[in-house]
Design a protein around this ligand. Structure first.
Ligand code: CTP
Length: 407
């Protein structure tokens, strides 16, 4: 649960996307947040306060004249206890109101009265595509951003009005992701990170091949964590069925050779390379063009294997890596003697940091335990979710690229 201890004031303004706010509210609570809903009069035309009260388990506030507050200052009381105010949906009209500092209803009054330093304002715009594209809206959005608000993207596609284009509010799961990301420390802001993930598939014929049991979950979790930490992330992914982490540039590949080429072409822009993929060590030298058929004699086919290029080792010995402009991190999945193998592998691959783990039992699982090995020694990170591990690992890497350190 990524939002435990966070108190969110969820503001709803008038728009059909209010129907998504119900699910978003639930998603925030499932993630551990407490949620106080504040609605404008227009929002109540689209969804009832009763629905939002039931979902948030708290009475909804809608008026600045609400007599429930002993001091009659709901705008002050509600904003002081919030870790963030999230307006979802945020209408074009409400954006205009926000940036002019208008305060003629409880929600706008509360936004104006919030302590700027300690209560961030997050805005999820929702409107028709023409309204979104209008110069007035775009100008207002830019100003809102300049005033310190975090403005989430809009979705694109079919709109409730029947038109198609930009301006839809993000889906609840996307909003939740962006809110969780907002609270992560931006330890990799401005950094470009390249990550390899998943297995590779080495063809034998057009329908068969050699692969391994890597699920890609760790590499994908790392891509998400690096993105949440503010990095610009490229994920080179072998054949896996995982959805792309939000905001991450993904390059899909099949074979080790494809992965090698994709990583080589992306790495010149990177500050950090994390080789998380379980790359096949060998490929079939010459895969057949046609499917291999069984023959009546029962003879089995035989294959000549050749070694695949070592992506990590070749990138780690590049000039940029050697000069310190590129920080390389390797992984090692071992079945036994983890510390000894990881230590030897770090030296063999010539990388400053190697992350060891005991497999293959961890393949496909949502949790793992890691052993970090660098030139100074080793450090165990106890078993936890791959998402939590990834955040810790990102912090360890950020720490090392800003100030070379030991454990
Ligand atoms: N790696 C790579 N390219 C390869 C093989 C491995 O980039 N052709 C990377 C992996 O992504 C990982 C690290 O090298 O970061 C170690 O991978 P691993 O398979 O554990 O090591 P190998 O070098 O293949 O050694 P062995 O299989 O003998 O343990």
């Amino acid at each position: 649960m990524d939002l435990v201890g966070k108190h969110i004031v969820l503001g709803l303004t008038g728009g059909i996307a209010c129907y998504k706010a119900a699910e978003f509210c639930r998603a925030l609570i499932k993630e551990g947040a407490t949620v106080q809903v504040v609605m404008t009069e227009a929002a109540a035309q689209f969804i009832t306060p009763v629905t939002m009260q039931a979902l948030s388990n708290r009475p909804v506030y809608a008026s600045q004249w609400d007599a429930r507050e002993p001091n009659n200052m709901a705008h002050i009381n509600l904003s002081r206890e919030a870790d963030a105010i999230v307006i979802a949906p945020c209408s074009a009209d409400f954006v205009a109101k926000l940036l002019h500092g208008r305060a003629d209803d409880l929600l706008s009054l509360m936004c104006l009265a919030r302590p700027l330093e300690s209560v961030p304002l997050l805005v999820a715009p929702a409107m028709n595509r023409e309204m979104w594209a209008h110069p007035a809206t775009q100008r207002n959005m830019a100003q809102l951003h300049a005033d310190g608000a975090t403005v989430f993207d809009v979705g694109s596609g079919e709109q409730a009005c029947g038109e198609t284009g930009d301006g839809r509010m993000l889906e609840p799961a996307e909003l939740l992701h962006d809110v969780v990301a907002f609270f992560q420390a931006k330890v990799l802001a401005g950094k470009r990170v390249l990550i390899s993930a998943g297995p590779t598939f080495e063809p034998m014929d057009p329908v068969r091949g050699v692969t391994n049991l890597s699920s890609g979950k760790m590499g994908f979790a790392l891509a998400r964590a690096a993105r949440e930490a503010g990095a610009d992330v490229t994920l080179v992914a072998g054949p896996v069925g995982l959805p792309s982490p939000r905001g991450v540039h993904r390059v899909d590949v099949i074979s080790a050779q494809d992965m090698f080429e994709a990583c080589q072409s992306q790495v010149s822009h990177a500050d950090i390379f994390i080789a998380c993929a379980a790359v096949a060590d060998w490929r079939v030298d010459v895969p057949t063009q046609q499917k291999i058929k069984k023959d009546a004699s029962g003879a089995t086919p035989s294959f000549q294997f050749v070694e695949n290029p070592d992506i990590l080792a070749s990138i780690a010995q590049s000039e940029r890596a050697q000069s310190g402009a590129l920080y390389c991190v390797g992984f090692a999945a071992e079945s036994n003697d983890l510390l000894a193998h990881a230590t030897a592998k770090r030296l063999r691959k010539n990388v400053p940091l190697l992350v060891g783990n005991l497999g293959p039992a961890t393949f496909g699982k949502d949790d793992n335990a890691l052993l970090l090995v660098d030139a100074q020694g080793s450090k165990e990170i106890p078993r936890q979710s791959k998402r939590a591990l990834s955040r810790l690992l990102v912090a360890e890497i950020a720490n090392r690229i800003t100030q070379p350190r030991s454990f």
